[in-house]
Design a protein around this ligand. Structure first.
Ligand code: ADP
Length: 184
């Protein structure tokens, strides 16, 4: 159970949970948002391209995103598994991920949906205060989530595990681990 995707609206706690679970499951936490932010802060060509999308809350174009993920998943630490946070975010990305895994005869073991009510996610994001956590950009990221990403929940219905994302970080991690173990 180590090839896992975390899904949920911005502010659902995907990154926090992926960090906690990465240690417990001994697989890397791969966050496309973090990868993009690193490119932006290092001023790479990819970062130059991605910046305006991050700043506005739009998705970075698939060609850029998919290639970045392909390279990251090819690194040795991801050979035995990973926790993907922020990818896939639309149907095309989901197809690309499926194809990448199929090349090595792998498939996803689970897609964890972190369920958190909208008022909770917005207040979490406003208190986080990242550069793209202004009210307008938060609202846009939520819209993009519901229109582009939420339809993937259906696409993944046979590996989908819903977890209540409200509560202490440790409680939520325990719920995710229980749910993953129950699947084995
Ligand atoms: P959040 O989940 O709070 O929106 P992320 O760090 O996951 O934060 O994403 C921040 C931004 O990075 C997104 O608004 C988007 O511009 C870009 N991004 C992250 N993942 C993807 C992806 N899979 N495809 C396209 N753009 C992405």
């Amino acid at each position: 159970m180590t090839r896992v995707v975390l899904v949920g609206p911005p502010g659902a706690g995907k990154g926090t949970q992926a960090d906690a679970l990465s240690q417990k499951l001994s697989v890397p936490h791969i966050s496309t948002g973090d990868l993009f932010r690193r490119h932006v802060s290092e001023g790479t060509p990819l970062g130059e391209e991605a910046k305006r999308y991050l700043d506005s809350g739009e998705l970075v174009p698939d060609t850029v995103t998919n290639e970045m993920v392909r390279e990251r998943l090819a690194e040795p630490d991801a050979a035995d598994g990973f926790l993907l946070d922020g990818f896939p975010r639309n149907a095309k990305q989901a197809e690309v991920l499926g194809n990448l895994l199929a090349e090595s005869d792998f498939k996803l073991d689970a897609v964890i949906q972190l369920e958190v009510p909208e008022e909770v996610v917005v207040s979490r994001l406003l208190s986080r205060g990242r550069g793209d956590d202004t009210e307008d950009v938060i609202r846009r990221r939520q819209q993009v989530y519901w229109s582009e990403t939420a339809p993937l929940l259906d696409y993944y219905h046979d590996v989908l595990i819903k977890v209540d994302g409200v509560g202490d970080v440790d409680d939520v991690s325990a719920r995710v681990l229980d749910a993953l173990h129950a699947r084995r």
